[in-house]
Design a protein around this ligand. Structure first.
Ligand SMILES: NC(=O)C1=CN([C@@H]2O[C@H](COP(=O)(O)OP(=O)(O)OC[C@H]3O[C@@H](n4cnc5c(N)ncnc54)[C@H](OP(=O)(O)O)[C@@H]3O)[C@@H](O)[C@H]2O)C=CC1
Ligand SMILES: O=C(O)C1=N[C@H](C(=O)O)C[C@H](O)C1
Length: 253
């Protein structure tokens, strides 16, 4: 039985994961942490990770970038593996993630779905061919109107996958409102749409001369992220210090 601390337990993803864990006999949430304590849960809830004094095997985090530093310090101090899913982390926080992975197991992924993680692999095959043939690369992401960060962590991770696969240097461009020049062929344009209850759509557009290829992923429910996070928690429990990602979880299946 994998014992989970759910950081951000009263948010959209925290509640989704609480439902998934109820139906999975191999996992149990032993405690939750959330600054919002207005919900009733079947496990104790702490308003600060530092107060969470329960025995656990792993933390799943879907909270807020602001919560991540205290979480990393807690996991490092307890040598507790952490599945880090919050997005919008600063460069300093990314360095903190790297440093923490020397003290405990850290699996950081901006998207826990099988589909997006497969798309990343597909992009590494496709992008060198299409970029080599002069296709421009653009990413458009769409999310609900409650999302705090833009562009999405997934859009940034898709762009990173593409850049890793290319021999020439490419750079991300987020805002063209002040630009008075033609598009640089080595740009990866990233655009964010926010509205309604869109769970998460990502289009990777390769635009060439008289032809366009678009690779799209649409999330129809948060369960795809929740199931991935619970599988990641099972995988990470008991692992020693180091950096892991969703491809480790998917490949281990
Ligand atoms: N990797 C992935 O696959 C996915 C990642 N995400 C990311 O996960 C994060 C959460 O998403 P979502 O569930 O939709 O967001 P919500 O805002 O619905 O939930 C986040 C919860 O965390 C709480 N919170 C804020 N600060 C802290 C803190 N310091 N300690 C503990 N809890 C805190 C919030 O409280 P309050 O509302 O009072 O601020 C809220 O209850 C986001 O960064 C999102 O981008 C989302 C989906 C998939
Ligand atoms: O905030 C969300 O909702 C989501 N955030 C993640 C991101 O920023 O990429 C993943 C998913 O698309 C939903």
């Amino acid at each position: 039985m994998t014992r989970i601390i759910m950081n951000g337990c009263n948010g959209r993803m925290g509640q989704c994961i609480s439902g998934i864990c109820k139906d999975d006999p191999d996992v149990t949430i032993v405690a939750g942490v959330d600054v919002f304590t207005g919900l009733t849960n079947e496990y104790p809830v702490f308003d600060d990770i530092a107060k969470c004094d329960v025995e656990a095997d792993v933390v799943i985090d879907f909270s807020n970038a602001k919560a991540v530093d205290a979480l990393l310090d807690y996991c490092a101090q307890k040598s507790l593996p952490v599945v880090l899913c919050s997005t919008g982390l600063s460069e300093e926080q990314l360095a903190h993630v790297e440093e923490t992975s020397g003290k405990c197991a850290v699996l950081k992924s901006a998207n826990m779905s099988v589909g997006i993680n497969t798309l990343m692999k597909v992009l590494q095959m496709v992008a060198p061919v299409l970029a080599g043939a002069g296709f421009d690369i653009e990413i458009v992401e769409k999310h609900h109107n409650q999302k705090l960060d833009a562009p999405s962590g997934t859009a940034l991770a898709l762009a990173d996958s593409i850049k890793d696969s290319l021999s020439e240097e490419y750079h991300d461009v987020y805002d063209r409102s002040q630009v008075r020049r033609k598009r640089d062929p080595h740009e990866i344009g990233i655009s964010a749409v926010r509205g309604g209850t869109i769970v998460g759509d990502h289009d990777v557009i390769f635009a060439g001369q008289d032809e366009v290829i678009t690779l799209s992923h649409s999330a129809y429910s948060r369960a795809i992220f929740g199931k991935g996070a619970v599988e990641a928690a099972k995988f990470l429990a008991g692992k020693g210090p180091g950096r892991y990602d969703m491809s480790d979880v998917i490949d281990a299946k």
